[in-house]
Design a protein around this ligand. Structure first.
Ligand code: ADP
Ligand code: MG
Length: 211
């Protein structure tokens, strides 16, 4: 993926020029530097002021040529800090939400594989308010995986969990990395998480992304 984007919102300015390959790319930086904004630009949830984004040889953004591929057509998966599960749906229906909207030939993982990978089979009939924080995050990750994303964007997925739960979930993330080989961008303020998971770590500081 080739990224060359600028974005301005009030006083805040972001500039990112980077080339990313497969594996897990960690992006580390303190609160407020623009990590979530950067992911939102990649996901298509925000529009940049200028620049280009090329994924797998396809231009998703080119402001000069007026190209902007909408979020749903990018086919990226997103996992947020608090899971953002649909409260009225069971775990099973949450997991299958994106999966059911795919053509069968776009489905590269199935419910059985993902629930086994994340050890969430016993939770399938529950509702999100009947889950612990750690279970919620595993379900959120499972939902994103079942969408067979071309890229997984993770925005501080462990930040709402206590240390003990973080230690429990990190190995699942590593397992996902090794078994699915879906490229991931993992954003966090916790260096230890990217040291454990990432193949390459970038720093974000005052809206600037660097090595
Ligand atoms: P991080 O994820 O690294 O904590 P963000 O990308 O959320 O940083 O925020 C970058 C900057 O943009 C901060 O100055 C933040 O206050 C500001 N910001 C974030 N979201 C909004 C918003 N919806 N409206 C206006 N400013 C925002
Ligand atoms: Mg953030």
């Amino acid at each position: 993926m080739k990224v060359d984007l600028t974005f301005k919102r009030g006083e805040f300015q972001l500039a990112a020029q980077v080339e990313l390959n497969g594996g897990v790319t960690g992006i580390c930086g303190p609160s407020g530097v623009g990590k979530s904004t950067f992911l939102a630009l990649l996901a298509g949830l925000l529009r940049p002021n200028t620049g280009t984004l090329n994924f797998s040889g396809v231009d998703l953004i080119d402001t000069q040529r007026d190209i902007f591929v909408p979020a749903w057509k990018r086919h990226f998966g997103l996992v947020f800090q608090n899971g953002m599960l649909f409260p009225h749906l069971s775990v099973r229906d949450n997991l299958l939400y994106g999966f059911n909207r795919l053509n069968p030939n776009e489905r590269h993982l199935d419910l059985k594989t993902v629930t086994a990978l994340l050890e969430i089979e016993p939770l399938l009939q529950r509702r999100p308010d009947q889950l612990s924080g750690g279970e919620r995050q595993r379900v959120a990750l499972g939902r994103a995986l079942l969408y067979s994303p071309r890229l997984l964007l993770l925005d501080e997925p462990l930040s709402s969990l206590d240390d003990r739960l973080k230690q429990q979930i990190l190995p699942f993330l590593k397992r996902v990395k090794e078994e699915t080989r879906i490229p991931m961008i993992y954003v966090t303020h916790a260096q230890a998480e990217v040291d454990y998971l990432a193949d390459r770590v970038l720093k974000m500081e005052d809206g600037r992304l660097g090595e």
